[in-house]
Design a protein around this ligand. Sequence first.
Ligand SMILES: C[S@@+](CC[C@H](N)C(=O)[O-])C[C@H]1O[C@@H](n2cnc3c(N)ncnc32)[C@H](O)[C@@H]1O
Length: 288
Amino acid sequence: MSNTLSIETAQTIGFKRHLKQRLGSLVALASPSRTRRLFDAPVSHPESFRDKAIMAYLKRRAIALNQQQFFERLHAEFWSGDGGAVFSQNCDHRFEDVFLAKQQIDFEQLKRVWNEIRPDHIVEFGCCSGLVLNYLTQHLPNVKSATGIEINAQQVSRNQASNDFDPRVSFACADGADWLLEHGQAKTLFVSNGGVLEYFRRARLDQMLSHLTDRLEQTAFFAVEPVAQDHDWAQTNASIPFGDELSFSHNYQDLFESNGFEVVHLRHMKFDQWRMMAIIAVSRPTRQ
Ligand SMILES: C[S@@+](CC[C@H](N)C(=O)[O-])C[C@H]1O[C@@H](n2cnc3c(N)ncnc32)[C@H](O)[C@@H]1O
């Protein structure tokens, strides 16, 4: 049986989880104000028994009621805290093992698109330790500036203190969507690599991408994102929590096309438990 992460992984509840959630619903009933607090400001690593039980209940309820904002808040809490601070230590090897070893086909396509639309800037959302951003800056021609947007303040401080980056590369600590709406500019290649858009709810991604097509000229997007293996894009455009993290499996083809982009490259590959999609989309505004 395949162990690739799926929607089913997120929705199947074993006996233990079932019990935890039943208990959680009772604890939530007994602690309504704490439950409201945790719904508004969820915690990824609850410490007390009470919070663990309530969080189990809230996650299950959010899946059932499609409460995407709850999951987005939960992911932001995880990534801006210790989870985000240690990610690079454990996962920087993916730059060599995945990006360099398995994605050269995608990079060749990206170079072709870059040469066609000739952006000046690169902006990477969720850049973490900046390895991909630095590589793109040095391997695409005539990059004027490259900005890594990262929600984890500790990671951004480490990047800013490092001398390992090309002088055109800089970093900012911000939520990707907030930053884009305030600072995004024309002639930019936007990048998300190794799973970043999966932490944004669909409405927010729609807002980001329509901002690009409505307001900014000459933009393109290079996204490498995981999708649930049982997410059939021919059947649904819904964004559905999947796997153990309960991040979103989006229909990326629909996401880009419905926001005025043309998808010019789409390829999937397997990496560990993930079905990864590499997408290159070019903004094709309808207005002239
Ligand atoms: C799965 S990691 C991928 C990191 C890196 N791109 C790579 O390929 O190794 C997700 C990254 O996105 C960042 N992130 C998550 N949510 C974010 C948000 N709302 N805005 C900006 N960065 C975010 C995390 O802190 C983390 O560095």
